[in-house]
Design a protein around this ligand. Sequence first.
Ligand SMILES: [Zn+2]
Length: 278
Amino acid sequence: MIAHYFTVDVEEYFQVSAFEPFISRAQWHSYESRVGLGVEYLLEALDEHEAGATFFILGWIAERHPDLIHRIVQAGHEIASHGWDHARVLDQTPEEFRDSVRRSKALLEELSGSPVIGFRAPSYSIVRGSEWALDILLGEGYRYDSSLFPVRRNGYGYRNGNRSPHWIDRDEGSILEIPPATLRRWGLNIPAAGGAYFRLFPYGLVSAAIAQAELNGTPATFYIHPWEVDPDQPCVPVPPVTRLRHYAGIGRTRARLERLLGEFRFTSIAEGAGVSGR
Ligand SMILES: [Zn+2]
């Protein structure tokens, strides 16, 4: 039985990219922190199913919640970087991006006591034309990236990207790419890795994608956010489409997640892919 990759993007409900036009970074401190509740729930669910996971954590969160990093490490999971303050790669200059991945890596290593080798860009924002970000990751000592979503979407997605874990050769060296799961149907790559696709669409979408990867003998990558398993989070007043994307299906996420953890075996990327710090 293949061990798939269970990944968590550790951020607050008010830091999601969809809320960016409505909540500025300067306002973040005024919102109630809920991230610990979601992480605790996820740690329990993973423990119950003897599953391992990779937690991609914002530097902003690590700075304010060092205990959370200790809890995740104690539970035996992998710590990786989700950047500093959830700025999308395309909204950053290469210098800003380098600073974000360097600072978050240094802080996460200090708190966890282990090398941090994995990165996931906020909103999968490494797209065609911004591969320079991979060179910066290599230069900063990262070994793998999980930011290239091989789908066609407005604002994100890596068109015609490889759907399975693969090595990408760059001037700076080779980086292991771990794309989020997609389901191949009707000649299309259908996003099926988690997030809104897990909450809004039938459960069978994600499980079919994982089963398809299993048939091909490759691990699939699932992702979730702590706020998605926190049905009691404060409701932020946002327009209807944004509201649907964020809140719809939140009441059923925990039950679906437990079903998924029961049906498939999961581990962290570092362990499953056999990559470690130099
Ligand atoms: Zn994120």
